[in-house]
Design a protein around this ligand. Structure first.
Ligand SMILES: Nc1nc2c(c(=O)[nH]1)N[C@H]1C(S)=C(S)[C@@H](COP(=O)(O)O)O[C@H]1N2
Ligand SMILES: [Mo]
Length: 519
C-alpha cells in the first residue's frame, strides 16, 4: 500500500465515487431533457442503438442465444458497468487535474451527441439534452471533487492530518444520486404521458361525418411539374407554431372550457365531442407570415364540430365581440365572435385528411376558421375558449406587434416555372394557385414581361374556402430572360391589390413577379 493510512486512500475512493455520481447525474439530466424533446434525443438510448447498430452479427447472435429476450437488459447492464468504470476513472482524473477530467467529459459528450445526431429521427437540435447533461455532470464533478478533499478538524489531530471527511462527502454523493433519481423518475413519467398520447392517437377511430364534404369536382388539380397537390398531404402541410416541443396530449385528459361573457359556461370532453354531429369540409389555411409567392399555405379536408354550435350552447352575452382561444402550451388567438357564429364553417377540428390530427397540427383538437390567418384563428391543442371583447383582451401575437384582426388577403402565386428556372423554347406552361378564402377566385391574369395582362385558365373550383389552381400557356416563348407576373380577382370582381406590403402587421400583399430563362 502506497498510502500512509486508511484516510489517505479514502480520497481516491471518494474521487472515483464522485466520477460515478456525476455520470449518473449527467445521464439523468439528459434523459429528463430528452423527455421534452424527441425521445430519440436521449444519449443513453442513442448510445444503446449505436452499439446495437455497430455490433457484429456474431456477437448479436451470441447475445441473443445467451440472454434471449433479456438481450437488451444485458446490453444496458454492460453499458452501465462500462460507464461506471469510465466515470470512476474520470473522477480519479479530476484528482490530478479538474481541467483534464472536464476535457474527458466533453469528449464523451461529443461521442454521445454524434450518436444522437446519427439517429434517423433526430435533428441537430436534439443534441441539446446531451449538452445539458454534460453541463450538469461537470458541475456535479466540480462540487463532489471539492467535497472529496474537504476536511473537518477532529479532536486531537491537526487539520492536515485529519484527511477528508467521510460525512461531508457522503452527504454530497447521496444528494447528487437523489437528484439523478428524481430526474429519472420525472422523465419516466413525462415519457409515459407522451406514450399514452401516442397510443391513444393510434387507437383512435374517427367517427364518420354526419355532413360529408362536397365531393371535389373533376379538374381541381392541374397536372404540371411543380404544381402543388390540391389537397396537401399531412406530412407536407406547412407547420408554424411557437412550440419548442410539440404538445402530446392524451385525449382522455383533454377538455375544452368555454367561458367568459356567456350565459352557460361549460366544459366539453373528447368523447362528448366525438358524439356530436361532425361535419367535414375542405379549407385552405394560410399563415400571415407568408410572403408574396410563399408556401406557408396548405389545403386539407378537416373533420370537426362547428364552432357555431359550441357558441350556440354557450349563448354569448350582448357586447361580446371576440373569442380568445388558448392552447395547452399557452399560445392564444383572438377571433372575431362573428367569424365563429356566422354561416362559414369554423370548426373545432379533430381530423385532417381522414386521420386524427397529427401531433404537429394540433392533436387532439384545434380550430380552423375560413378567411382568417392562422395566428388569429387556427389555435392548435386548444383547451380554452373565452368569449370576451377586443377591448378587454389581447392575443399572443397582438401583444408582439401584429394586428388584432387578420382577415386573409387575396393572393396569387406562380408555382411553375420556378424562379430562375431554365425552360425549353416554344410553348411554356405557367401554373399556380390563388386564394381568397370565403370569397372565392373568379379570374387570374398573367403578364409576360411588360406585355398585356391575359386571362389564365382556371381549374375547377372546389369551394369559396379553398385555393384554386390556374394554368397559362405562353405560345411562342422566345429565348432569353423573361419575367412573369400574376394577379387574381375575387368572385365580386375585385382585383388583388398591387400595393406591396410586408407580412407585419397583417399580411403581405402585392403581385408576384418572377424571372426565368427560355433556352
Ligand atoms: N398552439 C398554437 N396554435 C397555433 C400556432 C401556435 O404558435 N401555437 N400558430 C398559428 C399560426 S401562426 C398558424 S399559421 C397556424 C398553422 O397551422 P399548421 O401548423 O397546422 O399549418 O397555426 C396557428 N395555431
Ligand atoms: Mo401563422
Amino acid at each position: 500500500m502506497g498510502f500512509k493510512n486508511k484516510r489517505g486512500s479514502r480520497v481516491y475512493v471518494f474521487h472515483a465515487v464522485a466520477g460515478i455520481c456525476s455520470a449518473a447525474l449527467m445521464f439523468a439530466v439528459a434523459q429528463l431533457a430528452s423527455a421534452f424533446f424527441n425521445s430519440a434525443s436521449s444519449p443513453f438510448f442513442a448510445l444503446g442503438s449505436a452499439i446495437i447498430d455497430l455490433t457484429p452479427p456474431w456477437l448479436k447472435d451470441f447475445a441473443i442465444s445467451t440472454f434471449g429476450t433479456n438481450d437488451k437488459l444485458a446490453l444496458f447492464i454492460s453499458i452501465g458497468v462500462a460507464a461506471a468504470v469510465l466515470s470512476a476513472l474520470i473522477g480519479l482524473l479530476a484528482k490530478r487535474s479538474f481541467a483534464l477530467a472536464c476535457t474527458a467529459i466533453i469528449a464523451l459528450a461529443l461521442v454521445l451527441a454524434s450518436a444522437v445526431a446519427a439517429r434517423a429521427s433526430t435533428s441537430l437540435l436534439d443534441v441539446v439534452p446531451t449538452v445539458l447533461g454534460a453541463v450538469a455532470g461537470i458541475g456535479a464533478l466540480h462540487w463532489l471533487a471539492r467535497l472529496a478533499t474537504a476536511t473537518v478538524p477532529e479532536p486531537g489531530q491537526g487539520t492536515a492530518a485529519a484527511g477528508p471527511s467521510r460525512r461531508i462527502f457522503l452527504r454530497g454523493a447521496v444528494l447528487s444520486l437523489a437528484a439523478a433519481a428524481l430526474a429519472t423518475a420525472v422523465s419516466t413519467s413525462v415519457s409515459a404521458t407522451r406514450n399514452m398520447a401516442v397510443a391513444a392517437r393510434n387507437a383512435l377511430r374517427l367517427p364518420a361525418a354526419r355532413t360529408k364534404a362536397k365531393a371535389l369536382p373533376e379538374g381541381v388539380q392541374i397536372e404540371e411539374a411543380n404544381m402543388p397537390r390540391f389537397v396537401t398531404p399531412n406530412q407536407d402541410f406547412y407547420r408554424i407554431d411557437t412550440a419548442l416541443s410539440v404538445p402530446q396530449i392524451d385525449p382522455n385528459q383533454w377538455s375544452l372550457r368555454v367561458h367568459g361573457m356567456v350565459e352557460n359556461e361549460f366544459t366539453i370532453g373528447f368523447d362528448e365531442l366525438l358524439g356530436e354531429e361532425l361535419v367535414e369540409t375542405y379549407l385552405t389555411l394560410t399563415c400571415v407570415s407568408n410572403p408574396v409567392g410563399g408556401d406557408l399555405v396548405g389545403n386539407a379536408k378537416w373533420l370537426g364540430y362547428p364552432l357555431r354550435k359550441v357558441l350556440e350552447r354557450a349563448v354569448p352575452q350582448a357586447g361580446a365581440d371576440m373569442v380568445l382561444s388558448t392552447s395547452h402550451d399557452g399560445f392564444s388567438a383572438s377571433t372575431p365572435l362573428q367569424a365563429l357564429t356566422d354561416d362559414r364553417m369554423a370548426l373545432l377540428a379533430i381530423g385532417m385528411n381522414g386521420e386524427p390530427l397529427p401531433f404537429d397540427h394540433g392533436f387532439p383538437v384545434r380550430m380552423v376558421v375560413p378567411g382568417l390567418y392562422g395566428y388569429v384563428s387556427a389555435t392548435k391543442w386548444v383547451i380554452d375558449l373565452e368569449v370576451t371583447r377586443f377591448e378587454d383582451k389581447a392575443a399572443y401575437w397582438t401583444t408582439r406587434g401584429w394586428s388584432e384582426r387578420g382577415p386573409i388577403k387575396m393572393s396569387s402565386r406562380i408555382d411553375t416555372p420556378r424562379p430562375f428556372a431554365e425552360v425549353p423554347a416554344g410553348e411554356v406552361v405557367l401554373g399556380g394557385t390563388a386564394w381568397a378564402q370565403t370569397r372565392g377566385i373568379s379570374r387570374v391574369q398573367v403578364q409576360i414581361d411588360d406585355g398585356p395582362w391575359e386571362d389564365a385558365q382556371l381549374a375547377a373550383e372546389a369551394s369559396l374556402d379553398t385555393w384554386r389552381q390556374w394554368r397559362f400557356v405562353w405560345k411562342d416563348a422566345a429565348p432569353g430572360m423573361h419575367a412573369a407576373s400574376v394577379r387574381a380577382y375575387d368572385a365580386q370582381g375585385k382585383m388583388q391589390t398591387r400595393e406591396k406590403a410586408n407580412p407585419v402587421p397583417n399580411g403581405a400583399s402585392g403581385w408576384q413577379r418572377l424571372q426565368f430563362t427560355v433556352q
